[in-house]
Ligand binder design. Structure first.
Ligand SMILES: *Cc1c(COP(=O)(O)O)cnc(C)c1O
Length: 416
């Protein structure tokens, strides 16, 4: 087969090579299937169990399909922080969009072995906020429940690289008995965020059991579930899954998206099934150097998500996990991106940019500075999205206090 013949045995140097060599550019799903999964039909391809069973998990296979360079090959043979796994579906998305920056998100790189001084295995201090296994309780009224450590596809920048991918089974998830008991014993917990790993890699029955258990706790008002499945394994969103999720209302989903290349027809169908099930959909995106760290890409992603009925929620500064320096942008880049979105497009398309503070401080929002202080007349000067200045009469009277007002503003009282 000519695509295989073209491939040399020795991978080339990363600096010198065209990195998309395994497959020709515009490759249809059919062609991709026939080449790499001979004998497979649409029925199998569209079955999420088949996608999980056929994940690409070794360097040789990844090299055959994508064409790795030397350093990638070495890094894939000996992964540093977490296992290598990509669904056939997601790999096809990468191949289809030749040079897709998404490649960097799933292909191990030799940079992963470079540990910078400020990087930590548990940068968010989750383990120290864990009263029982599988629970992170950082905020007063809500907890994170880590339901499984399994993902269908591993993101190389994963904030929980220390935990994920320890087991190969996907159906059952972790034992969450202690976690559920903890939530039951704490009446202040009104919001449970199920995460992992990817909780939607568990089988229907187990997801249903967990949701029913949480729903049996009277003080749990809302349940949220974080997943990347619509991007990496949209086949997982089946009518029967949606029926189960609907029974847990009010249920919210936070969907992990990285780049507009993920917004395929299959992904659209998955999001629409969920939205039609009455599930409010939010998105989470990690800001990644060389992947989505420019206004144009981010605007395309956020606008595309709104078309799929997903409301952008958080844009995260990349957490300092071990071996992630090649993914991190300056904070100024994130602020520039927010500046490039706010006012220039729908307010709904603007996520909240946050840093999850190392050490366990929680999510801290970051905004480009729009307030510029008071002018001579005591008006607050504001900068709009075009960089033009406007004023608003700040209330610096006797009855009000404002950080913008001069000290003496509060002291002038009318003579009574
Ligand atoms: C992100 C997070 C939450 C949820 O935070 P929201 O701002 O309410 O979305 C809850 N617990 C932990 C530990 C988290 O990291």
């Amino acid at each position: 087969m000519h695509v295989l013949d073209e491939l040399e045995d020795e991978p080339p140097d990363c600096a010198s090579s065209n990195l998309q060599r395994g497959m020709p550019r515009e490759v249809t799903e059919d062609r991709f299937m026939k080449t790499w999964f001979p004998g497979t039909g649409d029925r199998q391809w569209n079955d999420w169990h088949w996608q999980i069973r056929n994940r690409i998990t070794d360097a040789a296979r990844l090299h055959a399909i994508l064409g790795l360079c030397k350093e990638e090959m070495a890094a894939s043979r000996e992964v540093a922080n977490m296992p290598l796994a990509v669904t056939p579906y997601y790999l096809r998305v990468i191949v289809e969009n030749a040079h897709s920056p998404l490649r960097k998100c799933v292909v191990p790189s030799s940079w992963e072995h470079l540990i910078s001084p400020h990087e930590l295995t548990d940068p968010l201090g989750e383990d120290t906020h864990s009263p029982v296994p599988g629970i992170v309780h950082r905020y007063p009224d809500r907890v994170l429940l880590l339901a499984t450590d399994f993902c269908s596809t591993y993101c190389r920048y994963c904030t929980r690289s220390r935990l994920v991918g320890r087991r190969r089974a996907s159906c059952f998830g972790n034992s969450w008995k202690q976690g559920v008991e903890y939530i039951r014993s704490r009446p202040e917990i009104r919001d449970v965020l199920i995460s992992g790993g990817d909780p939607l890699t568990m089988c229907d029955e187990h997801i249903e059991r967990l949701l029913l258990e949480l729903r049996s706790i009277p003080h749990v008002e809302i349940v949220r579930l974080g997943t990347k499945v619509p991007a990496v394994l949209p086949q997982r969103i089946t009518p029967s899954l949606v029926r189960i999720l609907r029974k847990a209302h009010p249920l919210y989903l936070s969907l992990h998206f990285t780049h507009p290349h993920e917004l395929t027809p299959a992904c659209k169908r998955a999001c629409e099934l969920l939205a039609d099930g009455g599930i409010p959909l939010g998105s989470q995106t990690v800001l990644l150097a060389g992947v989505n760290d420019d206004v144009t890409t981010m605007k395309r992603l956020m606008q595309g998500l709104l078309r799929f009925r997903v409301r952008p929620y958080y844009l995260y500064q990349c957490d300092p996990i071990p071996g992630s320096s090649h993914f991190r942008t300056p904070v100024a880049t994130g602020l520039e991106i927010i500046r490039g979105l706010r006012g220039h497009t729908s307010g709904y398309a603007v996520p909240q940019y946050v840093i999850d503070a190392p050490g366990g401080g929680g999510k801290i929002p970051l905004l480009p500075k729009s307030e510029q202080g008071l002018d001579a007349l005591g008006n607050l000067v504001l900068k709009n999205y075009e960089g033009k200045l406007f004023t608003y009469p700040e209330a610096c009277g006797p009855m009000t206090r404002s950080i913008f007002c001069p000290e003496d503003a509060h002291e002038s009282r009318p003579d009574l």
